[in-house]
Design a protein around this ligand. Structure first.
Ligand SMILES: Nc1ncnc2c1ncn2[C@@H]1O[C@H](COP(=O)(O)OP(=O)(O)OP(=O)(O)O)[C@@H](O)[C@H]1O
Length: 258
């Protein structure tokens, strides 16, 4: 019997505030983020998209003075619980940044690094398999299979970003957070990443911060609109772009402010 698979909630945020010192950058955000879908965070510069994204895998822990209150659950588990190891969490909730940031190591080592520190491979052959699979899934294998010992930094910008995606995938994450992953890329490299996001979405929960409303409309199924630290509206991407409920969302998507 075939069953219809409903998108399940992967991440739940409840009443989340994020502060930098005394400055509140995120104000009372609650959202359920689904598995197997792409969720886009959009909104004007400085509205808190990246700050909120970083709270989903505790990257804000690394910023002095940053403080998160409220609750964020990954499959029902509180990620800010004392028992939660942030390093293990960031393998489960991986991140891809605005500027591709490969390690100053070979292509192979960039991908093998995470699996090695997490003890995912016992033998060289196992590691080779993990590296090949991650690079294949990131759409890069054919371009690099004959030059795995070359430096990751020797690749083009778009290839470097796919390498960073392979690096995130290699540790078998459940969620991939992407903070404006195409902003440093040309249109062709951007299109490759967008195709890749489409290919990856069935296996992961993907959250993407983007300045491009066209990109949000192309790649996401759910969209959250942020303004001045608050999440103003959240819904199906099609609805947000064609029939927003809130005046502020409408003003933003029609380009009244940006
Ligand atoms: N490391 C930090 N220390 C102090 N304040 C910060 C820090 N990072 C961000 N902020 C402040 O938090 C607010 C939200 O910034 P954030 O970068 O999350 O917004 P954003 O919507 O992602 O912006 P952009 O689209 O320009 O990247 C801004 O007022 C910003 O100045």
């Amino acid at each position: 019997m075939t069953q219809t698979k409903l998108p399940q909630t992967k991440l739940t945020a409840r009443n989340v505030d994020v502060f930098y010192g005394d400055n509140k950058a995120i104000d009372d955000v609650s959202i359920d983020i689904g598995n197997g879908v792409v969720t886009a965070f959009i909104g004007p510069s400085g509205c808190g998209k990246s700050t909120f994204l970083r709270s989903l895998n505790r990257m804000n822990d690394t910023i002095a003075g940053a403080r998160v209150t409220g609750q964020i659950l990954l499959d029902g588990e509180d990620i800010y619980d004392r028992e939660m190891d942030p390093v293990a969490l960031r393998a489960r909730v991986g991140m891809v940044f605005q500027k591709p940031n490969p390690f100053p190591k070979s292509i192979y080592e960039n991908v093998a690094y995470g699996p090695r520190i997490h003890g995912l491979a016992q033998k060289k052959a196992d590691m080779d398999g993990i590296v090949e699979k991650a690079l294949t899934r990131a759409g890069l294998w054919n371009e690099v299979k004959d030059r795995l010992t070359d430096a990751g930094t020797a690749l083009s910008g778009g290839q470097q970003q796919r390498l960073c995606i392979a690096r995130a995938i290699a540790v078998s994450p459940e969620v991939i957070l992407m903070d404006e992953p195409c902003s440093a890329l040309d249109p062709i490299a951007t299109a490759r990443i967008e195709e890749l996001i489409e290919d990856l979405k069935s296996r992961y929960a993907i959250v993407i911060v983007t300045h491009s409303m066209q990109q949000a409309a192309r790649v996401s199924q759910k969209t959250a609109f942020f303004h001045l630290g608050r999440m103003v509206e959240y819904g199906d991407t099609h609805q947000i772009f064609t029939n927003p409920r809130e005046e502020r969302t409408k003003d933003y998507i029609t380009g009244r402010y940006g």
